[in-house]
Design a protein around this ligand. Structure first.
Ligand SMILES: [Zn+2]
Length: 421
């Protein structure tokens, strides 16, 4: 035992000697006081912090009672703050924090109800004046870059990059007018410059905006830059490198990217059974039973019925020129006279009428004549004002350089995120 103590002593002496030597060389280091830790605007050095979650059936009163706040005081708090926070609306599963005094009494002084990772309501009853107010955590936005390659479809690729469905939807929305997601090919690539939001520097709370993107489809680069082209409307839109808006009057498909075109518009289609020509004046989008069907453009519902071979169908008149129709629905979601906005869900994929499998037959009229929308040059939304174009080109120049410099590091089929989370 003595031997060990001696050894320890020698070791300590050695350490202190080493330390002294160091100090001889370096100028004395100023000892810094540890910085106080703040949370929700409170210096945590002054409180005991209790973090907990509201359990099933627990009320504001039950929780405060547990921490020895008397019921007269609980009632007073609830009454005083009722205009800013209704204590009856606290829900089980939500996190809360109680700050208590740092003396032997450990009196509760502050109750913090966390609505989500970002927003909280603070109820401060430390002093005679009871206060309740909202608190929002500072969000740090970090720009990230990512690149991926399609090997089956967009959502599978985004999944494998650990990107959520909401970002997949954003990308699908950006290109909804430009890309036929059914025709995405193995080897198509995309690059994104997008934002991620964090609180406390590390806790991810969601995506910000996608600022720029490029989709390489069949070797062709389709650029998209988010830009406010109309300072009065002040709504950002996506434009290509020429300054043309990506948004069109019509979506490419009434189904959001998880579909397969099973039959195209074809005036010379032969029906196998009869061996004769029977034209197909629609495009069939096969999708899972129950998949939402969107109206490809805004307009008024002029027909919504169940009739013969059409089954459950909806017809939308967009203007004097264009009308679209959607057949074989499982169920309709609109009535005649409804105004629907582009992308609104008007029904769900089904098998009503003449069909051999779940699909939506999409029909397209121009001046009362059925045409193939894939062969039509469809109108784009407003072009960029020529006066704004120079500013636009200046704006996108560094973004294009950045997009072009993102390297696709191919690991089998998918690349990893370039930036560490
Ligand atoms: Zn059809």
């Amino acid at each position: 035992m003595k031997k060990y103590i001696l050894l320890l002593f020698i070791f300590c002496a050695f350490l202190s000697c080493k330390k002294e030597k160091k100090e001889e060389i370096k100028t004395p280091v100023k000892i810094e006081k540890p910085k106080p830790i703040y949370a929700f605007g409170f210096n945590l050095d002054n409180y005991n912090v209790i973090n907990d979650t509201i359990k099933n059936g627990e009320s504001f009163g039950v929780i405060l009672d547990r921490y020895h706040v008397g019921y007269p005081k609980i009632n007073k708090i609830a009454t005083v703050i009722k205009d800013t926070f209704d204590v009856r609306r606290i829900r089980s599963g939500k996190a809360f924090t109680i700050l208590t005094s740092r003396d032997s009494l450990e009196k509760p002084q502050v109750f913090i109800y966390k609505h989500n990772k970002v927003n909280a309501t603070i109820i401060n009853f430390k002093d005679s004046v009871i206060l309740s107010y909202k608190f929002k955590k500072k969000i740090k936005i970090i720009e990230k870059e990512i690149t991926g390659q399609i090997f089956s479809n967009l959502s599978v690729t985004m999944d494998s990059l650990n990107l959520s469905a909401s970002l997949t939807n954003t990308v699908a929305d950006i290109y909804a007018w430009t890309l036929d997601f059914y025709r995405l090919q193995k080897g198509d690539k995309f690059k994104l410059i997008y934002e991620e939001k964090f609180i406390n520097d590390t806790v991810f709370v969601g995506y910000g905006e996608v600022k720029a993107a490029v989709f390489n489809h069949k070797g062709e680069d389709l650029y998209a830059y988010k830009f406010v082209g109309d300072s009065i409307k002040n709504i950002p839109e996506f434009y290509n490198e020429k300054g043309d808006m990506l948004r069109r009057a019509f979506l490419k498909s009434p189904i959001k990217f998880q579909y397969r075109i099973s039959s195209r518009y074809n005036l010379r289609r032969k029906i196998a059974l009869y061996g004769r020509v029977r034209p197909h004046r629609g495009t069939d989008f096969a999708a899972k039973y129950g998949t939402p069907i969107m109206t490809t453009a805004s307009g008024t519902v002029v027909e919504a019925a169940r009739k013969g071979g059409n089954g459950n169908y909806v017809k939308v008149m967009h203007n004097g020129t264009y009308t679209t129709q959607y057949l074989h629905m499982k169920r309709r979601n609109v009535r005649v006279g409804d105004y629907v906005k582009q992308g609104d869900i008007i029904g769900w994929v089904g098998m009503t009428g003449n069909t051999s499998g779940p699909h939506v037959c999409y029909r397209f009229w121009k001046y009362g004549k059925q045409v193939d929308p894939f062969r039509e040059k469809l109108p784009s939304a407003e072009p960029l004002d020529s006066l704004v174009k120079p500013a636009y080109f200046k704006f996108i120049k560094p973004l294009k350089v950045r997009l072009d410099s993102i390297k696709l590091a191919i690991k089998d089929t998918v690349s990893a995120p370039l930036n560490k989370k």
